[in-house]
Design a protein around this ligand. Sequence first.
Ligand code: FES
Length: 68
Amino acid sequence: SLLDVVVNKEVDLDGFGACEGTLTCSTCHVILSKEVYASLARPTDEELDMLDLAFDLTDTSRLGCQIT
Ligand code: FES
């Protein structure tokens, strides 16, 4: 997942991925281009529920820990 990339590459994003991909936070919120968003599998209902809590939600928002 995108969260794995951030962790494995030691990208310094303070607070990103606080729940380590267990879908209990929204700190991995990312906003994608329409093209990238459309190329991905649809988000699950669980991801959509957590996305509803994300700050500054957009039509192309995803949770980075769910993007593979
Ligand atoms: Fe918590 Fe993605 S890391 S929902």
